[in-house]
Each structure stands twice: as structure tokens, then as C-alpha cells.
Design a protein around this ligand. Structure first.
Ligand code: PRT
Ligand code: MG
Length: 216
């Protein structure tokens, strides 16, 4: 495909990317949020959007099915980043990856005692590396969503999840016990396309850079 394909997910990433797409001259020509269409034309005939699952965005870009993509650092960390160039922090969809536990659970004490903790998460790689670096013994339980339920239902002692306002944790009587990493949306680029389509991609990446700087 000779044009440029940009992969992104509906929801938070799309909502917060729309102003940047418009500023970069590649706003969607119809509202993707309302549309069932998975391939969406933009203001430029040579640029299209493909709408994918958030956790699939790096995969589309890695294999060159999309030249560019927009993905959270959480998702990129789990993917590992192979084949991807990550030139730009878009400063959208900002949150933090945290360890959280029930209000009544003495996490620090349990860790100090060398207890083996059960931790539920969607973010196995980030969690494994975090606890290994701290020397905390954990059994990780993979979930695909609603991590907050796991301690309440007795599935886990703690969770690793994203937190922005903290409302979800509070509503479920959980509290943050450790921070793992700050998270925001990143522009990702297929490494091979960056060379073969440089003339088309470079100006577009620069327009994203300018749009982010203008929103700062
Ligand atoms: O649903 P699907 O499996 O398709 O993907 P997804 O759930 O990862 O997609 P989406 O659209 O929910 O999130 C896309 C990206 O947004 C994530 O990969 C993050 O990089 C980013 N992001 C930013 C967040 C949040 N903030 C966030 N708060 N993603 C999820 N949350 C959730 C969090 O998991 C928790 O359930 O919101 C809840 C906490 O929010 P507060 O405000 O109550 O603290
Ligand atoms: Mg979601």
C-alpha cells in the first residue's frame, strides 16, 4: 500500500488523538466513534486510519499493516517494542500503572514478612519485572479486565492496574501501595517504513510533534 496507514483504538486513545489528527491535517472524514467501519478515510486521500483493539495496535505497526500507530506505554511495554520506533510522547491518555490492595490489607507488612502474594493483572510483563526488581514473591494471575474485582472476590491479594482519577480504586475500597510507571499515549512507527516511506512519514511525524508542542 503506497499511502500511509495509521492504527489506533476507539475510546480514550481516539478521543484524545482527534485534535492531534486534525492539527496534523489527517482528521477522519467521518466520526469513527459512531461508525462500524474499521478503515476510515481522512482529510488526505493518501492517509487512512485503521481502528483496532488497543492491545493490537503495536502488532499492526510491527508487521507493517500500519505505518504509524498510537498506543499507551502500558500496551507498548507488554508488546516489547520489536520492530517499532517510538519517536514521540503525545501526552494524551495520561495515567499511572500502580500496585493496589484492599484498604484493610497491610501490604508493606506482608512484603516485609516475605509472604508470597497473589497479584491479578492484565500487565504480566510490567508486573513480573516490578516485583522481581523489588524481590517480592508473587504468583501472577492473568486477567483481561476489571482487575478491581479480583481482591474483593478473593481471587488476589493485590492488583496491578492503571489509575487516573483514583475513583475506581476508591469505589472498590482499594488503595495505591506502589507506583510502577507513568503512562501516556505514544506515536509508534514501523521501522522499515520509516526508511522506505521516509519522504511521506517524516513531515507527518513533524506535524504531530508541532501539534503536541502547541497543546502543551
Ligand atoms: O478495552 P480494550 O481491551 O479494547 O482496551 P483498553 O481497555 O486497554 O482500552 P481503553 O480505551 O480503555 O484504554 C486505552 C489506553 O488508555 C490504555 O492502554 C492506557 O494507555 C490509557 N489509559 C489512560 C487508561 C486509563 N487512563 C485508565 N484510567 N486505560 C484504562 N484506564 C482504566 C483503568 O484500567 C481502571 O479500570 O480506568 C480505570 C481507572 O480510572 P480512574 O479514573 O477511576 O482512576
Ligand atoms: Mg477498556
Amino acid at each position: 500500500m503506497s499511502g500511509i496507514t495509521i492504527a489506533l483504538s476507539k475510546g480514550r486513545i481516539l478521543d484524545e488523538t482527534l485534535p492531534l489528527l486534525a492539527a496534523a491535517g489527517v482528521g477522519p472524514s467521518e466520526a469513527p466513534e459512531d461508525s462500524r467501519q474499521l478503515i476510515v478515510p481522512t482529510a488526505r486521500p493518501d492517509v487512512r486510519l485503521v481502528i483496532v483493539r488497543a492491545s493490537d495496535t503495536p502488532t499492526y505497526v510491527q508487521y507493517g499493516a500500519a505505518d504509524l500507530g498510537i498506543a499507551g506505554k502500558d500496551v507498548l511495554y507488554e508488546h516489547g517494542g520489536a520492530g517499532l520506533y517510538q519517536p514521540l510522547d503525545l501526552r494524551i491518555a495520561v495515567c499511572r500503572m500502580m500496585v493496589a490492595a484492599p484498604e484493610g490489607f497491610d501490604y508493606a507488612h506482608a512484603v516485609h514478612q516475605g509472604a508470597r502474594l497473589r497479584v491479578a493483572t492484565k500487565y504480566l510483563r510490567a508486573a513480573r519485572e516490578h516485583f522481581a526488581a523489588k524481590g517480592v514473591h508473587v504468583d501472577l494471575i492473568k486477567l483481561y479486565g476489571s482487575m478491581e474485582l479480583a481482591p474483593l472476590a478473593g481471587l488476589a491479594d493485590a492488583i496491578v492496574d492503571l489509575v487516573s482519577t483514583g475513583n475506581t480504586l476508591r469505589a472498590n475500597r482499594l488503595r495505591v501501595v506502589e507506583e510502577i510507571m507513568p503512562v501516556s499515549g505514544r506515536l509508534i512507527v514501523n521501522q522499515a517504513a520509516l526508511k522506505t516511506k521516509r519522504a511521506a512519514l517524516h513531515p507527518l511525524i513533524e506535524r504531530f510533534e508541532a501539534a503536541v508542542a502547541a497543546h502543551a
